[in-house]
Design a protein around this ligand. Structure first.
Ligand code: ADP
Ligand code: ZN
Length: 216
């Protein structure tokens, strides 16, 4: 499957993507994970991206498109991909159209995860992320705690609150989403590619997406 997952921070894009990869071996491509990996590894890309990310601002389109040009042409994308956190601006969406054309890939559709704002706010403030850049497993202190508090079940590293998950940075990210990314729903709707799902449970989303793909 070739899908874009669109939705506010905390809408569950990552969780849904992970569930979908298990179905047909499509790869999850999370620009957030790639960028955090680069920050932790201290690469030039990471150094350039860090200040934007910590402030809850978007990283410049040119950096993101550079990452995606390379990533989408790797071999593991041939079977399918789930774009999680990309595109995030109209210029990124337009550049993605050109890139998909160039590599001869065609999207199935764009999943728009619709989640009430109070649910999102609650999810983000209680989210914890494994600090190991190779792992980045996600937990929730209320709904999905790790077995040992503060320790990742999968790799034993520390789980931490992300720098951009303070109350101020969360408000900023949600504002940034409304301003820069929410218009993408309209962009894809006009092209007849939008599939909106009320995303209160990830399992429900997966069920609806697989039904729409005809593989349920
Ligand atoms: P979330 O969806 O939970 O906000 P992500 O992990 O997708 O978080 O992204 C974290 C941060 O990485 C964003 O706040 C932004 O600074 C940066 N980022 C990720 N993807 C993009 C993108 N496509 N364009 C610009 N910045 C991005
Ligand atoms: Zn881990």
């Amino acid at each position: 499957m070739k899908l874009i997952l669109l939705g506010a921070p905390g809408a569950g894009k990552g969780t849904v993507a992970k569930l979908l990869t298990k179905i047909d071996g499509s790869v999850q491509i999370s620009t957030g994970d790639i960028l955090r990996g680069a920050v932790n590894a201290g690469t030039d890309l990471g150094k350039e991206a860090k200040a934007y990310m910590d402030a809850g601002d978007l990283v410049p389109d040119s950096l993101i498109m550079g990452i995606m040009e390379e990533r989408l042409q790797e071999d593991d994308c041939k079977n399918g991909f789930l774009l999680d956190g990309f595109p995030r601006t109209i210029p990124q969406a337009e550049a993605l159209d050109v890139l998909l054309d160039k590599i001869g890939a065609k999207l199935d559709f764009v999943v728009n995860l619709d989640v009430p704002r109070d649910v999102i706010y609650d999810r983000l403030t209680t989210r914890r992320t494994c600090e190991n850049p190779e792992c980045q497993a996600i937990y929730n202190v209320k709904s999905m705690p790790s077995k040992v508090e503060g320790i990742c079940d999968k790799c034993g590293s520390k789980t931490v609150q992300r720098a951009d998950e303070t109350v101020e940075a969360i408000s900023k990210r949600l504002d940034t989403y409304d301003e820069m990314t929410a218009p993408l729903a309209d962009f894809y709707d006009k092209k007849g590619q939008l599939f909106t799902v009320v995303a209160t449970s990830s399992d429900k989303v997966v069920e609806e997406v697989t039904k729409k793909l005809g593989i349920a």
